[in-house]
Write a protein that binds this ligand. Structure first.
Ligand SMILES: O=C(O)COP(=O)(O)O
Ligand SMILES: [Mg+2]
Length: 227
């Protein structure tokens, strides 16, 4: 039997990247003459990568965004973000202990994120976390990304896991929809980036701290889905 696997979303789930993403978003919006976004506006824009963040900020100001301008601003966003990794981004409280706990219990660990794979790896490298994950798959790793369930299923495949013994942990509707479409139980953290409470998206379980992410919880969720 293959080892069970726990797959984490990155932004807003493992790592609090909001201050840096917001700085880079505002850097690119300034170049387009769009007003700055604050932390609450940001929660409505994040979840589908930087390109969509810019698109949503423009839409919020009813401002047209021609595709060449969109690409220019996305380039500025990427350059700014890349230059500042890891910036102020840090793991959420309890993340390191939770990763240790699951690794010690024999779980494979993986990351499935709509951040680019390059930036995900650079961020996790900078925080000395990359080595813990059997797979780190971003929005551009495959030809599809969350909420397409194949992004999660392929991540599990790369890590050498089995979708029948898998749990996803995420912070957004995107993560919850992805896991449900893949038939995988999903634990939602309630401290991440979403403009509506994660409870509304009906995850398998909501937690407010990583101490609540126990081996027992993961095993119970896996057993319940197989039942
Ligand atoms: O960067 C984003 O928009 C989302 O990234 P995440 O999938 O790690 O939350
Ligand atoms: Mg997220």
């Amino acid at each position: 039997m293959s080892r069970p696997i726990i797959v984490f979303d990155l932004d807003g789930t493992l790592i609090d990247t909001a201050p840096d993403l917001l700085d880079s978003l505002n850097h690119s919006l300034a170049a387009g003459g769009v007003p700055r976004t604050d932390a609450s506006g940001f929660r409505g824009f994040v979840g589908h990568g930087g390109r969509v963040m810019i698109e949503r900020a423009y839409a919020a100001h009813q401002k047209a965004l021609p595709s060449d301008e969109h690409e220019r601003l996305y380039g500025l966003f990427l350059d700014h973000y890349g230059e500042n990794i890891p910036g102020r981004s840090r793991p959420y409280p309890g993340v390191l202990d939770a990763l240790d706990r699951f690794a010690d219990a024999g779980f494979l660990l993986a990351v499935c994120t709509n951040k680019t794979e390059t930036f995900s790896r650079r961020l996790l490298d900078a925080l000395d976390l990359s080595g813990r994950f059997a797979a780190i798959c971003g929005q551009d790793t495959f030809a599809f990304r969350k909420p397409d369930p194949r992004h999660l299923l392929e991540t599990i495949g790369v890590a050498g896991g089995d979708p029948a013994s898998a749990v996803m942990v995420g912070d957004s509707q995107t993560d919850i929809d992805t896991a449900k479409a893949a038939g995988i139980p999903v634990v939602a953290v309630d401290f991440g980036y979403t403009d509506r409470h994660v409870r509304e998206f009906e995850p398998s379980k909501v937690i407010s701290h990583y101490d609540e992410l126990t081996i027992d919880l993961a095993e119970t969720l896996i057993m319940a889905i197989g039942a």
